[in-house]
Design a protein around this ligand. Structure first.
Ligand code: ACO
Length: 334
């Protein structure tokens, strides 16, 4: 059994004020509230005002997280920001956050894994804590996905919303608690089904790339849907089996909020009862890397979900890449 693990000490979030409802979208593209709710479970999403970047949301989420824990920014050793919509190509958003919150003693970086960005970041930070190199890490998921969405394309624009969530990870030295295990996977063969072709080094921004709408997200929804269900259920079931657990042992399941039908199919295959699943997709849509920490925040803070010491928390995600994974945590009420 590991002698030192990482546990979640606190959570924080930022959600833009502006709401984009299904009825707003009915006026923008050929769609209907009924289609969106039935096919995805989404009713509204939040949109950040233009001109404000990823760090504009990551910073208040990080500050709230630290304030809840009573930890000062100087005490943070590491900042990882999961995002596919950084403020700029470089410097990293982690550097911007470090500067804006005054985390004078931290190092950090951005991590790009689409909608799995938070889980990949959480797992990476936990390994640095386990190794003893880091004692305290801010793990943030923040995406202004609205900046790369084509609001004339009904197959993508109804799904996504903006937001940021943060957790403070700290060392837990009571064996058998904290982040017990994670399973992460990538399959670049799925890349073409969900991507932004332009704006990188292969197709740098140009008048032509803009005219071709290559700076926007394109996806084959059906392929992504199928891969999400099989990927998320596979890693959810396998991490439970590997740790000698079943879905019945899980107290709280926090899945990536991509589509209510994907969440339901994953939970069904992992035998997790409905009342244990955190679902907030109706209010925020798919917020990419922010989705899991926003759902965790909602469970712990807004719904006052009482996770007791020893309870099992399961998280799983799927995203562009393809990337996917699960993480299993045993709650440590220190
Ligand atoms: N309003 C009305 N009709 C629509 C809309 C819309 N917004 N979008 C598509 N349609 C139409 C299609 O054109 C199609 O019409 P046709 O049968 O005449 O060709 C019909 O609805 C069915 O289209 P499908 O793509 O088969 O619909 P599906 O049930 O698969 O739902 C959706 C589409 C919601 C995109 C679904 O496939 C999905 O959620 N996929 C996962 C996508 C995703 O989550 N991507 C985000 C990143 S990865 C992740 O987070 C998991």
């Amino acid at each position: 059994m590991k002698q030192r693990t990482a546990y979640i000490r606190s959570v924080g979030r930022f959600l833009p004020e502006r709401k984009l409802t299904n009825s707003d979208l009915e006026k923008m593209v050929e769609t209907s509230d009924d289609w969106i709710v039935t096919r995805t479970g989404i009713r509204e999403r939040r949109i950040l005002e233009p001109g404000l970047g990823c760090s504009h949301m990551a910073v208040p989420a990080a500050i709230e997280c630290l304030e809840r824990a009573g930890v000062s920014p100087e005490e943070v050793d590491l900042i990882i920001v999961g995002t596919v919509t950084p403020d700029m190509l470089f410097p990293s958003t982690a550097c911007l956050v470090q500067d804006k919150i005054g985390a004078k003693n931290a190092w950090g970086f951005d991590l790009s894994a689409g909608c799995s960005g938070f889980l990949f970041s959480l797992s990476t930070a936990s390994q640095l804590i386990e190794s003893g190199k880091v004692n305290r890490a801010l793990v943030i998921g923040s995406d202004v996905i609205s900046t790369i969405i084509d609001y004339t394309d009904r197959s993508t624009c109804v799904i996504f919303g903006d937001g940021a969530g943060a957790v403070l990870l700290e060392a837990c030295d009571e064996p058998g608690f904290g982040l017990l295990d994670f399973m992460l996977k990538i399959d670049g063969g799925g890349g073409e089904y969900l991507c932004v072709r332009g704006g990188g080094s292969r197709i740098p921004p140009s008048h032509e790339s803009i005219d071709n709408r290559e700076h926007y997200v394109t996806q084959d929804g059906r392929q992504v849907f199928k891969a999400s269900v099989s990927g998320m259920s596979d890693v959810s079931v396998r991490i439970l089996e590997k740790n000698g657990l079943t879905g019945k042992d899980i107290t709280l399941f926090v899945p990536h909020q991509a589509n209510k039908r994907i969440i339901d199919a994953t939970a069904e295959r992992a035998h997790i009862e409905e009342e244990k699943i955190v679902v907030n997709i109706d209010k925020y849509g798919n917020t990419v890397a922010a989705s899991i920490p926003l759902a965790l925040y909602e469970a712990l803070v807004e719904r006052d979900y009482d996770l007791k010491k020893g309870d099992y928390l399961l998280m799983s995600a799927f995203g562009a890449g393809f990337t996917w994974g699960s993480a299993l945590m045993r709650w440590w009420g220190c």
